[in-house]
Design a protein around this ligand. Structure first.
Ligand SMILES: C[S@@+](CC[C@H](N)C(=O)[O-])C[C@H]1O[C@@H](n2cnc3c(N)ncnc32)[C@H](O)[C@@H]1O
Length: 279
């Protein structure tokens, strides 16, 4: 256990020390998710290219992925807006001799202020942004070749949310005949809106904080959005359309990150996928 309270990245610090409880959390570098990310990168870059390749880890949280990239030999920049997260990242880094690992406190919306990156790693972040289409455009502009996006999307038809619009009669009929929902039955409630159009794409709003939430609360909610109260989740097909529209020529959906921890129903239960984009 560590001096900080880690919530997501269980990092092996060496000497038998980990950032999280070993019994409950698999070390990040042993997860199928990390192995899948590494496999994808090695498919695109050869070992020599990797030593000079620059990767940015957007919304790096506790720095577990940044550290793993650095151990591969990549030149790493982790960006996160929250001081508390960066303190954890620096503390983890202090256990290793990795001069190729650097962290910056910034809003990812300022990505355009940096030089281009060979790999843009955007995991758990796109669904925390209010203008994700614009951000995808920005990632394309700032990318030399490869972008990995691990994100939630929304469903075009989702009775979990759309049932709110059913009339009394429809609701009663649904209850009486025990009609199923379209989606995975044990789905987590992400508090999404009705289907709307935003930035030219269809999707649903995800409500993160009430407007005018105290900055202290926003800071302490370490894995949430930072500079917007609500975030927009494209539907899956609109997300893919957006990737194509901004110019990515090859778009793959990767499934080999699914492990016994996440289960084969992971993408359906969470409406979430991993996309590998190339320009
Ligand atoms: C759900 S966590 C994802 C963490 C990590 N990338 C992963 O996949 O495990 C979202 C992270 O993005 C950061 N974040 C959210 N909005 C941000 C913004 N506008 N600028 C910078 N960081 C942001 C949060 O502070 C948090 O660390």
């Amino acid at each position: 256990m560590s001096k900080f309270d880690f919530i997501a990245h269980n990092v092996n610090l060496g000497d038998g020390k980990f950032t999280m409880d070993q019994a409950k959390h698999q070390p990040l570098e042993e997860t199928e998710r990390w192995k899948a990310i590494e496999r994808s990168i090695r498919l695109i870059y050869n070992p020599e290219e990797l030593l000079s390749a620059r990767v940015v880890d957007l919304g790096c949280l506790e720095g577990g992925y940044s550290l793993a990239f650095a151990k591969m030999g990549l030149q790493v920049t982790g960006i996160d807006a929250r001081e508390e997260n960066l303190e954890k990242c620096e503390w983890v880094k202090s256990h290793f001799n990795l001069p190729n690992l650097n962290y910056i406190k910034d809003d990812v919306k300022n990505l355009g202020n940096y030089e281009k990156f060979d790999i843009i790693f955007c995991a758990g972040l796109l669904y925390h942004l209010d203008e994700p289409s614009d951000f995808i455009k920005l990632m394309f502009k700032q990318s030399n070749r490869m972008t990995i996006v691990h994100t939630h999307y929304s469903l075009e038809y989702d009775s979990f949310y759309d049932n709110r619009r059913l009339s009394f009669l429809q609701k009663s009929a649904k209850k009486l005949f025990n009609l199923p929902n379209y989606h995975y039955p044990q789905k987590y409630n992400y508090r999404l809106s009705d289907l709307v159009e935003h930035e030219g794409y269809k999707g649903r709003w995800f409500f993160e904080f009430p407007e005018n939430t105290d900055q202290k609360l926003i800071e302490s909610n370490v894995a949430a959005s930072y500079s917007n109260y609500k975030s927009f989740w494209h539907t899956k097909s609109e997300l893919i359309r957006c990737f194509r529209d901004v110019g990515y020529v090859s778009n793959y959906e990767q499934y080999d990150f699914i492990s016994k921890f996440t289960g084969f129903d992971y993408t359906e239960k969470h409406d979430r996928g991993m996309f590998v984009l190339l320009k």
